[in-house]
Design a protein around this ligand. Sequence first.
Ligand code: ATP
Length: 881
Amino acid sequence: MISTLKKFFGYSGFRPYQKEVIEKILERRDCLVVMATGSGKSLCYQVPPLLVGKTAIVISPLVSLMQDQVMALKQRGIKAEYLGTGQSDHSVHNLAQSGHFHLLFMTPEKACLLPVSFWSKLLEVGICLLAVDEAHCISEWGHDFRVEYKQLDKLRNILLDVPFVGLTATATEKVRIDIINSLRMNDPYVAIGSFDRKNLFYGVKHFNRGTLFMDKLVQEISKFAGNGGSTIVYCTTIKDVEQIFKSLQEIGIKTGIYHGKMSSKAREESHRSFIRDELHVMVATIAFGMGIDKPDIRQVIHYGCPKSLESYYQESGRCGRDGIASVCWLYYTGSDFTKADFYCGELKTENQRKAVVESLMIAQKYCILATCRRKFLLDYFGEHVSADNCGNCDNCRFSKKERDLSREAFLLMACIQSCRGKWGLNMPIDVLRGSRAKKILDVHFDKLPLHGLGKSYSSNWWKSLAYQLISHGFLVETIEDVYKFVSVGEKGVQFLSSARPDYQPRLVLPLTSEMADDEEYQSATSGVGEFKNFVTLESEGFSEAEVQLYHMLLEERMKLARIIGTAPYAICGDQTIKKIALTRPSTKARLANIDGVNQNFPGRSAPIKEQTVCEYLLDAAQDGFEIDWIRFCHEIGLTREIFVDIQAAINKVGSRDKLKPIKNELPENISYTHIKTCLQMHSCGMSLEVVPPSHLSMSKVGELQNQVSDNSTVTRTQEREVHPIHDEDLYSPDKRQKINENEGSSTVLEATENSILNWLKTYEEGVSLSDILEHFNGSKRESVIDLLSTLEAGVLAFLGASLLGAGVGGGADKRRGSSDGSGCAISFAIWCFGNKFQLYGFLGGKSSRNDINAAVAFNSCVTLKHAKSSASLVSPFSLSL
Ligand SMILES: Nc1ncnc2c1ncn2[C@@H]1O[C@H](COP(=O)(O)OP(=O)(O)OP(=O)(O)O)[C@@H](O)[C@H]1O
């Protein structure tokens, strides 16, 4: 099972419940899977067909969703297709019927319309499961009821022994029972996962409509979009959608728009561009809903509070499905909670209307909450959390300003009591604020002693306080039809009984953002919420260079996706890219070990052509990097004799502009690489002395280097006081750079992973293998090498260095089952050239083991200075020889 998971999905382990559900399906048992958005439900139905070689039927509500899933599955080498509108390939039907596909998607309508003969034929070859995705659509109690889903039970009569699997991210007990009954499940295995989306930050802020806020919001969105994350902005009205869309477009943000009044073609186009990362922001109504399968949305903003917490959880849950830290901000205004009439629309029964009002009240409670938002959300969905501080919501992260609000609380509660009767919040607040409106004069509330005592605060401020008092049990809100009434609760009565107009017991409450804003209290949390990802790459241990590398890999993925015509996330997830950037895998096997790298991962069949390596080195020389020309010439077989021939050919041609005429003047064995090298050396001001004569063996090259350095016709390399790297240098005690001359002659130190890493950290300039061996004199060379090879990412430079020493790198690699040392080549290549090789090696080319070995050799031509400057791109330690 694990090998199939790795082969197709690149994951090395299952997430909670996945394995159990798959096992039950294989036992042909019906299953109901209730797990949070992004928890990995799809895998439960994607793996069984790969294991048993029979088709899995997946019922999905939307064609666009099916198309996205099919696209991503194909990218993984899985045979997947969909049947239904938009399917232009007529062969799909027959292929599907013959069991050709691992996964066959269709809408419920299509499933019910397919002739029995289709199912019979497919049953003959085998159907391993029928999955009903978004299964809550089956239930009238669910928030997305669809009549077509109700008819799926018809299939039960045809697919008698096929396990039915219902999957949903939101389902109350009632809905669960409904799904089980509607699909006529037989003793189903029910898997209910946690609803906690730990990677999501939840934040809420009150806002006042107007251009000031809109400008700030647009600015923040644009900053975030500039960092490459995808954003969805949900608005409650089409008017808001259009306004935000326009504002973002005006400042040049790649923004899409999506709402119910657009044509389906325009919506599809918008959706498609968004999932392909051609747009950074999507501004939408909730019409942009179910079926958004994009795993790397980094933030969801709600401009206006949704009608229920269920809707909010689902909409906000669309971000960070890949598990990477993402941000959900909800902006609300008081008027969001007065829309009950609007939401009730055509609802007829009082119970239905009451349910809408109740949902809105809970959403409002969430907004004004001063305690942990995650806890509140999870409690609401029936999941008990003992911790009071999640550390990843605005209330737990930002310290709110607290104040003794005993006097204000006293005024409000006393006023509510004085008003008596059934009033909402507006009446007592208007009284406190000294209103002389007709409704107040009519009932003589202007005569109340409290009239006008609360003038210094706005109506919103008082409402905020009221909701705080409601959430703490001092006030109670009740609903009758769509009307809300407020009264003083038991706790409030106790408070009032122990208070007098000139004395109130202390009541310290946090100031909500609304109250704070109203008091013009500028705190870190006022205005627009900060959109930055609170978990930054840096805080995850990325160095500056690794961040750079990560972004470069993202760009390469984007380019590749464009070429293939797919979404970047279908190639691999951000998490996988992060791991590549952090570990910089040095062998194909190690690359394959990274979570998310599957059989189809670009570059798995790796490639660095010798010629490419040379080109990069010559490019590097042109860019001003130092190159060990002696070694380079030796490696490519450029002898003095050839150099002289090339010079003569250049003179004869009389121009350096074109290579072909020069090549034509030379014998076959002189390659373009020789010519290019010669030309590059010329432009770098290198002299002939640098080039080794043809009879010189590599072991003598070092001597030549020494001679050259003593010679007055010095090369540019020496002018810059850069010492070429030699094999010999690593092992020659007199050439070895001492880290600390006085160190450790008498102490016997043993090497462990930690001691090596800690010791290395103190040498920013890097160390050589011999330094490490000398320092950890209590450990054998073999065991130090073993330790270093397990610390690959941390001591990447060492692996590169070890390759320079005869066979050490190979030795380390052999122990890990790779005999060619190619991994080190890539590591070292990366080390030397930062992104170039890595990108080439992993994301595109074609090459052989020999080429990679060649890369090893060539890389060793790079001098320390060059290596060091580039090494900072990828390695925490650079090599010093
Ligand atoms: N075992 C696993 N290891 C690592 N990543 C996984 C694993 N299973 C799934 N994922 C990844 O988690 C992300 C979300 O998975 P998936 O789309 O299946 O979630 P879901 O529960 O179906 O969500 P939704 O309710 O939105 O449809 C995907 O990027 C998927 O590749």
